[in-house]
Design a protein around this ligand. Structure first.
Ligand code: 4AD
Ligand code: MG
Length: 425
């Protein structure tokens, strides 16, 4: 990414971009031009360019697309330290009065999301997200994972029926995928270590700052790996993502969060505690939660408020988690599973576990929970044909971006958020 103002002073350049700010005083027009590399100050002075070009600059509106030719000069006060003095100016696409000005309601910004994503903060978050995802892919490639492409249209629930989006699939019912996990489990038999990055869908009725109805899901599945090994992979992957953001999107990070220092501490090993230890810690803080209840956002916040690295909470009671997890032989009331909670109260970013390989146990649980086995026959087959110990997990990409950027709401971690109340634009 070559910044406009990285050219030396005196260089002749042609800049293409959008008008970020415009101000006129008689025979001189002050503009700020925005392109994908940043912003630069432009001055357009009558006499330095054809009259027709001057008039175009004089009347230009915010967010018009323009081309400017001119010479660069050093100017300490200008953003980026350079000013472009125009010798030619053309409007490519004029802009109507831009609906977004400095102080706007959240609703107006969301209704105009297609325009609001041009803002510097939104742009920075998208770059940070791209850097995090590239960091993940780099790590996965180095560590011999194969990227695979599971389906989005499915006939079985992975994470329970209550958050399924149902749709008409010709003359029968199908669902939008909640998780690629079961398909990834099928793929480890030939590829050993796999991952996918797909949209996942949750018909979550909850209006919270950490739930989307459509989010990007990075999921891994590993043959021959137990829950302990699974956690080691998670801490390395999350660290690789955060460190890649620090390396490759440092300027963007500084724009969106006050202090980037705490992110440097996100390196292995992360902290580990069992669910039972978590309950004890919560009791000591005055929380009234009984063993067997799932941890909600307030509990997760309390557990990590003072932490500087993410925290694994392992061994959840079976009643809190999905039927496919492996029973922990050392504490059969619990599963060999872990949720990874981001520090400073940001909450769950990963859910993962070792998978149950005992066909009898799986079937018994499905029966006890009233889960119809028909749509899962293919899944159960995986235990009938060369079953292997294995583990995996799912990372919510926007949850990680929310944490890395320090965002208040998860919707700002995605350009076009889908929530209970919003599917437009
Ligand atoms: O904990 P979850 O439900 O686990 C699974 O779906 C497993 N089948 C994944 C696997 O083992 N392959 O979801 C995994 C992660 C959560 O930790 C969270 O980060 C994210 O997905 N997530 C959401 N992100 C945004 N909005 C939502 N409604 C989310 N629900 C889950
Ligand atoms: Mg979860």
């Amino acid at each position: 990414m070559k910044r406009l103002f990285s050219a030396p002073a005196d260089a002749e350049v042609e800049a293409r971009g959008w008008i970020y700010r415009a101000r006129s005083s008689g025979a001189i027009v002050f503009l700020v031009l925005r392109d994908h590399t940043g912003i630069i100050q432009v001055t357009v002075k009558k006499g330095n360019l054809p009259d027709q070009d001057f008039e175009a600059a004089h009347g230009v509106t915010v967010e018009s697309s323009v081309k400017v030719r001119g010479k660069l000069f050093d100017d300490k006060r200008a953003p980026g330290g350079k000013e472009l003095r125009a010798t030619a100016f053309t409007v490519v696409g004029p802009a109507d009065t831009f609906p977004i000005t400095e102080y706007q309601s959240e609703e107006l910004l969301l209704d105009n999301r297609h325009l609001w994503i041009r803002s510097r903060e939104q742009t920075a978050v998208m770059r940070i997200k791209a850097a995090a995802m590239a960091g993940a892919r780099d790590w996965l490639k180095e560590n011999d994972f194969t990227e695979v492409t599971p389906p989005i249209l499915t006939t079985n629930a992975c994470e329970g029926g209550t958050t399924l989006f149902k749709l008409k699939y010709f003359d029968r019912d199908a669902y939008l995928s909640q998780s690629a996990q079961m398909y990834l489990e099928a793929l480890i038999f030939s590829l050993d270590q796999v991952y996918s990055i797909t949209p996942s869908f949750r018909a979550e009725k909850s209006r919270t700052t950490r739930h989307l109805t459509e989010y990007w899901h990075l999921e891994l599945e590993e043959a021959w790996v137990d829950n302990k090994g699974n956690m080691e992979i998670q801490e390395q992957l999350v660290s690789a993502m955060v460190q890649a953001v620090l390396r490759n999107a440092g300027d963007e990070l500084s724009l969106v969060r006050k202090d980037i220092e705490p992110l440097k501490a996100i390196v292995p090993p992360f902290k580990r505690m069992t669910y039972s230890q978590a309950i004890d810690k919560l009791h000591a803080q005055g929380y009234e939660i009984s063993w067997g209840c799932d941890l909600g956002a307030p509990e997760e916040r309390a557990l990590t408020a003072d932490e500087t690295v993410p925290v694994f909470v392992t061994n959840y009671p079976k009643e809190c988690k999905a039927f496919y997890m492996k029973e922990d032989p050392e504490d059969p009331r619990t599963y060999a599973c872990a949720d990874l909670l981001a520090p400073a109260g940001f909450g769950e970013i990963i859910g993962g576990s070792e998978r149950e390989t005992d066909l009898g146990k799986l079937v018994a649980r499905m029966e006890a929970q009233g889960i119809c086995q028909d749509p899962y026959q293919w899944y159960l087959d995986l235990r009938r044909f060369g079953s292997v110990p294995h583990s995996g997990f799912g990372l919510g990409v926007e949850r990680v971006v929310k944490f890395v950027c320090g965002l208040e709401h998860i919707r700002d971690a995605v350009p076009f958020p889908r929530t209970v109340s919003r599917v437009y634009p």
